[in-house]
Design a protein around this ligand. Structure first.
Ligand code: SOE
Length: 393
């Protein structure tokens, strides 16, 4: 728990399903394992259905629940609004919160279009001038092995980046009888695998290398165009109901791009990779070595140093749980690994520390916009017969 006398940070969260649950555990857990300069108080959660949001508040540890996000934003005891809703409401909620002087943490992808993301960046810039800050939840940046990869690239341990190979593979749509959900509805989600999971690997590639993509070309595919309407849906699975409806987003995206430093990057995002549940694979090859990561073994980072003696050279398997490692020493003894939820806790820790220091947290809305521009360019490229699309610097 935060030390007595620590100033509080009142949190209001909008949305309470999969992401809302992950964020709730993070707000609850962060002050118990890290000494935070501000003490988060889980004041209020908003959702449309009175009974469900009340039950969620109780289950997830929020003091109160409301059925209007406008009411949540208007409260004096809320200092930060955590947006955990589908993408079609991100811009409206985040901009209103920033205008009301509340810090914002917004789930990814930042928005459903470049225009919305640009409006969010403009609102964030105006707010930053008043000391109010916004961040986007590309949570996988907070996996210790990913932070270590960034650190090693920054230290020059792999030299100049030549290749990035990035994949985000899931399988929850492989079965054509899996019913529809908001993630398959373009109006709500903006895009499919591209924005939901491709966005993560675009962000990771740019974060780990420290380089933006300067152009891309790609292709999108929807393999199953009609699915059962759901009788119920929770997380990534559901029960089929009566009748069917259209899938209006991509099931898979394959694209490639060039990095600002001249390296080549390839990307794959799919929900049709049977057996791959949440495989985020990132390999970076540089002039002096390579790094490799797979989220399905998320406590490990593989590092190859080309300077090693040929007789003993090989990928080093680093178990990223030592006190010397990013976020190390706050959890369990070395070797007692971390999981999916810890990245959300680290996200809260970094955000709270930056806010207390009056610093712009990362990834910023501008970083979110950069990813949005890549997603948009991949869609345009696919529609234009896989044409090359330049991205703004
Ligand atoms: C669904 O594909 C999803 O929940 C994503 O929306 C999340 O961002 C990712 O963390 C796990 O998969």
């Amino acid at each position: 728990m935060s030390a007595p006398g620590t100033p509080t940070l009142g949190i209001g969260m909008v949305g309470y399903s999969f992401m809302g649950q992950a964020h709730s555990q993070a707000w609850r857990t962060a002050p118990r394992f890290f000494d935070l300069p501000l003490a988060p108080r889980m004041r209020v959660v908003a959702g449309r259905d009175r009974d469900s949001v009340r039950a969620a508040a109780e289950r997830l540890g929020w003091d109160e629940s409301v059925t209007s996000w406008q009411e949540l934003i208007a409260r004096d005891d809320v200092d930060l609004v955590d947006v955990c809703t589908p993408g079609d409401t991100h811009a409206e909620i985040a901009i209103a919160a920033l205008q009301a002087g509340k810090h914002v943490l917004c789930e990814k992808p930042l928005a459903n279009s470049v225009a919305e993301a640009e409006a969010m960046v403009a609102a964030a810039e105006r707010a930053a001038a008043r000391g109010v800050h916004a961040a986007v939840g590309f949570t996988y940046r907070r996996v210790p092995a990913i932070q270590l990869a960034r650190r090693l690239v920054e230290q020059g341990r792999i030299g100049e980046v030549r290749h990035v190979r990035a994949q985000y593979l899931q399988d929850w749509l492989s079965d054509p009888s899996t019913p529809l959900s908001w993630r398959l509805d373009k109006e709500k989600a903006g895009s499919g695998a591209l924005g939901d999971i491709g966005a993560h690997v675009v962000d990771l590639a740019q974060f780990v290398t420290g380089e933006r993509l300067t152009g891309v070309a790609g292709m999108l595919e929807t393999f199953v165009r009609e699915r059962p309407v759901p009788a119920s849906f929770s997380g990534l699975s559901g029960e089929a109901g009566e009748g069917t409806g259209p899938v209006t987003v991509d099931d898979a995206a394959v694209f490639f791009g060039r990095l600002a430093g001249g390296g080549l990057a390839t990307f794959e995002a799919t929900r049709f990779a049977w057996g791959r549940k949440n495989a985020i694979r990132l390999e970076v090859n540089g002039t002096r070595g390579s790094l490799a990561f797979d989220f399905e073994d998320m406590n490990l980072l593989h590092f190859f140093d080309a300077a090693d003696d040929a007789e003993v050279a090989g990928f080093r398997r680093i178990v990223v749980t030592e006190p010397e490692h990013p976020y190390g020493g706050h959890w369990w003894p070395a070797g007692h690994g971390l999981g999916y939820e810890h990245a959300f806790t680290h996200q809260v820790v970094d955000l709270v520390e930056d806010l207390a220091a009056g610093k712009q947290p990362t990834p910023s809305f501008a970083d979110g916009l950069a990813v949005q521009r890549v997603l948009d360019a991949v869609e345009r490229s696919s529609a234009a017969g896989h044409a090359w699309i330049d991205l703004p610097a």
